[in-house]
Ligand binder design. Structure first.
Ligand SMILES: C[S@@+](CC[C@H](N)C(=O)[O-])C[C@H]1O[C@@H](n2cnc3c(N)ncnc32)[C@H](O)[C@@H]1O
Length: 354
């Protein structure tokens, strides 16, 4: 058996989410267990590495939200799925320009992969940053959770609906070690969950982020306890249309989904209407969904670029604007990436969403 399929040993049939959870996060064989996926030499690039200006916009958004919360003396920010730590690294640099905020903020990182945790520790190297596996340690003050490409990295379930019966997609390893797709009748719990979302009605192919929603449940519990909010930026859509959005990427190119398991990144597009429904069901208020282009422009990224560009040589300026174009262009990340904010607080004038 190929070493990257060894997690299949015990149970030879697995639902899609469990299968890809192992492919990505298995402690020995998973994609995130041993490789750095980001950047030119890796498999894909994300916004924090594309431009520090993206990170600066998040820094300003966080500080402005802290002001909206009334500048509390206890204040926690938690990055979800920090990758190589690029975003928090720039945030910490930006916060130094705001001494009042800088002296009180507590910074936490929530990361699944031990390998990436070590990379983050090296990159950030700051004793005031804490890595956490759950949110129990956070006891006082409002909380801001934020994540870029966090939710898309949590494997989803897939279902087919035939004449009102719902079947779940599973993978099976046959005796020749080929991976076969099989559909099995699903549980009452899954059926109940799926049927409770308006945004999944009338579909005959359904993608359901059960594991992702379990993560959000823990986050919402903390927000409800201490007040606060969650900002998620991810690629996704508003209206599902029976599409299978699972995709695999290797060395910046699309890769066949079941090829190069453990060597390629596998993600799914996020159903933002479903996220919105989930937050509302759990008594949070919601802002958005807006596009990344709208959010970053509302935050003033173009004005900031103008200021930064003044001190640059021509070649650096063109590089800066090429990167910003990629973040904002409707044909690139500008429209495909969306932003959602869910919060529990009595004010709602968060910047970036006006
Ligand atoms: C696509 S990467 C994005 C990294 C980074 N946010 C960026 O924009 O460059 C997804 C990140 O989420 C982490 N992740 C995925 N599922 C997670 C979970 N359930 N809990 C914590 N981190 C998770 C991955 O290990 C990885 O760091």
């Amino acid at each position: 058996m190929k070493s990257n399929l060894k997690f299949f040993k015990k149970s030879k049939i697995m639902p899609v989410d469990k299968f890809f959870y192992n492919v990505l996060y298995d402690k020995k064989f998973g994609y995130y267990a041993s490789r750095l996926p980001f950047g030119k030499k890796g498999d894909f690039i994300t916004s924090p590495r594309l431009s520090p200006l993206f990170c600066e916009m998040i820094a300003i958004w966080i500080i402005s939200s802290w002001e909206l919360f009334g500048k509390p003396k206890n204040f926690n920010i938690i990055e979800l799925g920090p990758g190589d730590g690029s975003l928090t690294k720039v945030l910490l640099r930006c916060f130094k320009n705001f001494p009042e905020f800088n002296s009180i903020k507590k910074v936490f990182l929530y990361e699944e992969s031990s390998y990436l945790k070590n990379i983050q520790k090296k990159n950030i190297s700051n004793k005031d940053v804490h890595w956490i596996n759950n949110f129990k340690l956070i006891k006082k003050g409002p909380v801001i959770f934020f994540g870029n490409e966090f939710f898309d990295a949590i494997p989803i379930k897939q279902f087919k609906k035939i004449k009102n019966h719902i079947f779940e997609k599973n993978y099976k390893l046959d005796k020749n070690y080929y991976i076969r797709e099989i559909f099995k009748k699903t549980t009452e719990t899954n059926i109940k969950a799926i049927e409770s979302y308006k945004s999944l009605k009338k579909l005959n192919f359904i993608e359901f982020p059960k594991l992702g929603l379990m993560e959000l449940k823990k986050i919402i519990k903390k927000i409800s306890e201490l007040t606060g909010c969650i900002l998620l930026i991810d690629y996704g859509y508003l209206r599902p249309n029976n599409q299978n959005t699972l995709q695999s990427v290797m060395k910046h190119k699309k890769n066949e989904l079941l090829k190069n398991l453990g060597k390629a990144d596998v993600t799914a597009h996020v159903n933002f209407n479903l996220l919105s429904e989930y937050f509302l069901k759990n008594d949070l208020k919601v802002k958005g969904v807006i596009t990344q282009k709208q959010f970053l422009e509302n935050m003033g990224i173009l004005q900031r670029a103008k200021i930064v560009a003044k001190k640059m040589r021509f070649s650096e300026q063109s590089d800066l604007y090429l990167r910003i174009k990629r973040l904002l262009s409707p044909n690139s990340m500008g429209n495909l990436f969306k932003v959602i904010l869910a919060y529990q607080f009595n004010k709602d004038n968060f910047i970036g969403f006006e």
